[in-house]
Ligand binder design. Structure first.
Ligand code: SF4
Ligand code: SF4
Length: 712
């Protein structure tokens, strides 16, 4: 069951004279509708999932406006959608998580950027870089540069973000180039308000279709020989047009300050953190009134040489605030200043670190170094540097006071259906020895953390089977590739399965069929049992695999650890060559709980019987060796002090959050652990039969207990 966005959808209907309040990413969604967008698509991923989720739930409103929405099966199909704007004056927007999504979309993006567009195109990328990121530490900037797409990086402020979306379409149309709008995690979730405008019906849409296809024009194809002309146009026409538009519309901002023999050049996304660091040093106030002038690049690429020169003229030094490496902007600033023969010294990497996120703390230290080096005229740097030392010292003191904290790696949800598969793999490896495991992107990647610590490589979403292709032939035992159903449809079915079958590969593929793309917020996908519209999309993983030629295929309920263990051993040992697929079937527990809790609440309200299953550990039997915990890792299975004063080892304990998935019992059985687990049913609104059965059980237990006492 997907999350409901009813409240957010209402906000999309706001019009002129009203105020929109909410998160940055929802402001982008509203701004798209205010811009007269004809079509929207994308592939979900943090931190931009909400954009698509809300759009999909706003079908009624979008139908009224005539906006077409697609939930694409991967980023490449989303990027290819933008092809509609090459020939037609249609504004389109797509979204995904970057850098990984941009990698997947790269082919289509190159082929889009080369011929260019007539209708404005906006690619909203969630820049998942820095602390808390879930992907490789790379930036989208390189793609913008190499393909001549313009990169907006608005400062995290809702009116600015909305303006950049609206101006982004105009910039795209003025320069005939695609525009990317980059939002860091914090920008997506920053909250604020902006004056709403009326939504705009697109000039052309399903309500007002374009009359017929265009005249054939070879120049609209990304194909030689016109690609040579297109390359020249990028440099000679589109780039100057974009720079002229950026200047004329003042997309970049200058914030003046009295210490104007130095300056700061920051990308928009880091403006807030920069001002916060200045404020902590006493060089700005909370409203952004700064003493050091700031040139804020809401357009990170391309640079506008005239603006840059005007800002740097008369300054002895500037600090470039651009996180990550390579230092693209720092290099570009150096080149432009040398071309203009300006002798302003350029600082960046040096006072600031070459790698990693620029948090307020990092910026504070970097600014202090810059000020110490440049000593701005009219500023006594002594007290400023003392303040910086005092602030950073507090952090060290706090760390000393708290001491070493235990690591808390992320893990599967309580009762996750994917956990038992790794319990079974662990048991299988105990018997057959370790094997190479190709991991993938998705919830199952939590198995790379304790207590499983499984996975020898992760090569991308849906890539696990492909990444095992050269492992199998060179190893003395079959590798296991683990893939989610989300990864299967995203890429794995072609990149992994088709390639393996085509090359007559061997090996084992475990497909986790939990029914949703769970890790990105429980979106439906081709093999889900339902869709937003209600009916199932109707695609089936088992049928697909069989139709492709997979002969060895087993479908196993994930919680059945014994059967899973037996099936894994069979897959590893069989003399049969070829791909062996195990579909590990079990609905995402998070989705299940959302559905079950709502159903139970409704039943309780009607006074109907509701049963909740829970597991527990008998303290008297638990040996305290914690094998069950090492084979499960469920957050609801923990330890507590041993109630027996004669035993010091803590005993295992199942806490209230247990959802009764049954893994505890299954693991104890499959691994032949101590028989300390019990299963209990908590019955609310019991029937007469429930009460009678309870009375009978209580009597029998009482009698047995009494007998034992007599025996004792
Ligand atoms: S979201 Fe679903 S699949 Fe992912 S860890 Fe939680 S229960 Fe498992
Ligand atoms: S039965 Fe065990 S594994 Fe399942 S939710 Fe309860 S404590 Fe966790």
């Amino acid at each position: 069951m997907e999350r409901s966005f009813k409240k957010e959808v209402q906000a999309l209907r706001l019009g002129a004279g009203e105020t929109f309040r909410g998160e940055g990413i929802l402001a982008v969604t509203k701004a798209l509708l205010q811009s007269g967008v004809s079509y929207v698509g994308g592939y979900q991923g943090a931190p931009v999932s909400h954009l698509l989720d809300v759009m999909v739930e706003a079908q009624d409103l979008l139908g009224e406006l005539g906006v077409h929405v697609e939930t694409c099966t991967n980023e490449a199909s989303a990027a290819a959608m933008l092809g509609a704007s090459i020939n037609y004056p249609l504004r389109g927007a797509v979204t995904w998580k970057s850098i990984v999504g941009t990698n997947v979309a790269a082919d289509a993006l190159s082929n889009l950027a080369s011929p260019g567009v007539i209708g404005g195109t906006l690619i909203v990328v969630g820049e998942d870089y820095g602390e808390g990121a879930s992907v490789i530490q790379e930036r989208t900037y390189a793609y913008a540069m190499k393909s001549s797409m313009w990169l907006l990086d608005p400062r995290p402020d809702l009116p600015t973000i909305v303006r950049m979306v609206e101006k982004g379409f105009e910039l795209s149309e003025a320069s005939h180039a695609p525009v990317m709008l980059e939002l860091r995690i914090r920008a997506c979730h920053v909250t604020g308000e902006f004056p709403a405008k009326d939504n705009v019906k697109p000039a052309f849409s399903r309500l007002n279709p374009v009359a017929g296809p265009p005249r054939f024009d070879y120049a609209r194809l990304a194909h030689p020989p016109v690609t040579f002309v297109q390359e020249r146009r990028k440099v000679e026409e589109r780039l100057p047009a974009a720079q002229a538009f950026i200047r004329a519309n003042a997309l970049n901002e200058v914030f003046p300050g009295d210490l104007d023999d130095v300056g700061i050049i920051t990308v928009g996304g880091l403006y807030n953190s920069t001002v916060r660091a200045l404020e902590r040093l006493g060089l700005a106030d909370t409203y952004g009134d700064t003493r050091i002038p700031i040139y804020c690049l809401n357009v990170a690429f391309p640079l506008v040489p005239e603006e840059l020169r005007a800002f740097c003229a008369g300054k002895r030094a500037v600090l470039i605030v651009e996180e990550g490496y390579p230092d693209y902007i720092e290099q570009a600033v150096n080149v432009e200043l040398r071309r203009a023969d300006l002798q302003t010294r350029v600082f960046g990497k040096g006072p600031l670190p070459a790698a990693g996120e620029y948090s307020s703390e990092v910026l504070l230290e970097g600014l202090a170094r810059f000020l110490a080096e440049t000593a701005p005229r009219g500023l006594d740097t002594g007290p400023i540097l003392a303040r910086a030392g005092e602030i950073t010292g507090r952090r060290a003191a706090a760390a000393r006071a708290v001491g070493d904290l235990p690591p808390r790696p992320p893990t599967f949800c309580t009762g996750c259906p994917e956990r038992p598969v790794f319990s079974a793999i662990k048991l299988m490896q105990r018997e057959l020895g370790p094997t190479h495991i190709s991991a993938d992107i998705g919830c199952h990647a939590f198995a790379t953390f304790a207590p499983f610590s499984m996975g020898n490589s992760i090569l991308g979403y849906g890539m696990s089977l492909a990444s095992a292709a050269a492992v199998g032939p060179n190893l003395d035992r079959r590798p296991i590739a683990v893939m989610g159903d989300g990864g299967f449809w995203h890429n794995g079915v072609i990149t992994g399965v088709a390639s393996n079958l085509f090359n007559k590969g061997d090996g084992v593929l475990v497909v986790m069929q939990n029914g949703y793309t769970s890790a990105t917020g429980l979106q439906f996908m081709p093999s889900s049992k339902a869709s937003r519209a209600g009916a199932a999309p109707g695609m089936d993983i088992e049928q697909t695999l069989r139709s492709m030629g997979v002969k060895w295929l087993r479908k196993v309920r994930t919680y059945n650890v014994s059967t899973m263990l037996k099936t894994l051993k069979e897959a590893m040992r069989t003399a049969e060559r070829g791909l062996k697929v195990i579909i590990a079937d079990g609905e995402c527990q998070l989705a299940r709980q959302r559905r079950v809790r709502a159903e139970d609440a409704a039943k309780l309200a009607r006074g109907e019987r509701v049963v909740r299953t829970k597991y527990g550990v008998d303290d008297a039997i638990c040996t305290g060796d914690h094998s069950c915990i090492r084979l499960s890792g469920c957050p609801s299975l923990t330890v507590k002090p041993n109630p027996d004063p004669l035993r010091s080892d803590p005993v295992a304990s199942v806490i209230e959050s247990c959802v009764g998935c049954g893994l505890c019992g299954e693991v104890a059985h499959a691994a032949v652990l101590c028989p300390s687990f019990y299963r209990a049913e908590i019955v609310r609104n019991p029937t007469r039969w429930d009460r009678a059965r309870h009375r009978l059980r209580a009597r029998v237990i009482g009698w047995l207990a009494g007998t034992r006492e007599v025996a004792a």
